[in-house]
Design a protein around this ligand. Structure first.
Ligand code: ADP
Ligand code: MG
Length: 299
């Protein structure tokens, strides 16, 4: 019997063309795709879930690849869809990679070299002060942020004292901080699909900044990986259980080792502009995703 998967893929930055290629290649393997399945439009009728006329329960797999348009409702439903069929990424992996504390905790627990962090209740902020002595500098991070937004570097105890009343006012439940890593303001983004290496590129922070995010003014450049980087990225992807992962890694100049900063569960394909620059991994990434989907629906 022929198989049918559901797909929700981002459409900007060349996403539409990637989706078309993927659907075509799946079709060649006898797998049909129902695209644009935005769970925002899903309704549940007793045990059945529909998006417009599509009965979700009948799908053989759900491929969710749209970081920009996620809503709480969509995430809520993804959890139950995960119990009905294979999902890429799985709900568990998705849940971990969407949260910096869950990611860091999981990486540390599984022995993957990653940034040192502390988490404490908002009323225990004094606890953080201890680590200023030890670490010298730290980074405050919202656990659900992206694009470098809301990250604050705390350079000394005085900064922490100034910041604290603001953080308290912001009505946060807890504080998540990381040791500030001494690095050269550039990073490695290593993509892994199904445990295999796909690509590596770098991002450089703009002048006078310590954040490499493109949304914070960072620029992408071609960068060769080495075995250590690739192995670290594979370990990180496996630790969080991500079938598809974009692992952000920096080089700690003090400890002289690579550290994982975060694992992105929906790493973007190269945009048409980036492809012109020489980031030519899209076809390989599509092929490995298609292989994996085929294995999961037919397996
Ligand atoms: N512990 C750290 N030490 C030094 N720089 C950091 C640290 N954490 C993050 N950064 C810088 O900030 C950027 C954004 O941090 P990240 O944790 O990846 O959050 P986001 O989800 O917003 O991208 C990183 O790409 C890196 O340049
Ligand atoms: Mg990042």
């Amino acid at each position: 019997m022929s198989k049918t998967i559901g797909m929700w893929m981002y459409q900007n930055g060349g996403g539409t063309q990637i989706q078309e290629k993927m659907i075509y290649k799946l079709k060649e393997r006898g797998i049909n795709t129902i695209a644009d399945l935005n769970l925002r439009y899903a309704v549940a009728k007793d045990e059945k879930m529909y998006i417009h006329d599509t009965l979700i329960n009948n799908l053989d797999l759900f491929f969710s690849y749209n970081a920009g348009e996620q809503t709480q409702y969509q995430v809520y439903l993804y959890k139950i869809i995960d119990s009905l069929m294979p999902t890429i990424n799985s709900y568990d992996a998705f849940n971990i990679t969407e949260d910096k504390f869950l990611t860091s905790f999981t990486l540390k627990s599984k022995g993957v070299n990653s940034t040192d962090f502390r988490l404490c209740h908002r009323d225990d902020a004094l606890y953080l002060k201890n680590f200023m002595h030890e670490w010298k500098k730290m980074v405050y991070k919202p656990v659900d942020g992206w694009g470098g937004i809301g990250l604050t570097k705390i350079e000394n105890e005085a900064t922490l004292d100034v910041l604290m009343p603001f953080l308290n006012q912001a009505d946060l439940r807890f504080f998540y901080v990381e040791k500030f890593i001494d690095y050269d303001n550039s990073d490695f983004r290593v993509d892994i699909v199904d445990g295999e290496y796909i690509s590596c590129y770098g991002r450089r922070a703009p002048k006078d900044s310590w954040k490499t995010n493109v949304t914070s003014g960072g620029s992408v450049f071609l960068r060769e990986p080495n075995d250590k980087l690739v192995n670290l990225a594979k370990k990180a992807a496996a630790a969080v259980g991500a079938d598809i992962a974009g692992v952000d890694i920096i080089y700690d100049r003090e400890k002289e080792e690579y550290v994982v900063l975060e694992v992105n569960g929906i790493p973007a394909f190269a945009t048409p502009e980036q492809e012109k620059m020489g980031l030519n991994f899209n076809d390989k990434k599509i092929d490995l995703i298609v292989n994996m989907i085929e294995r999961k629906v037919k397996g």
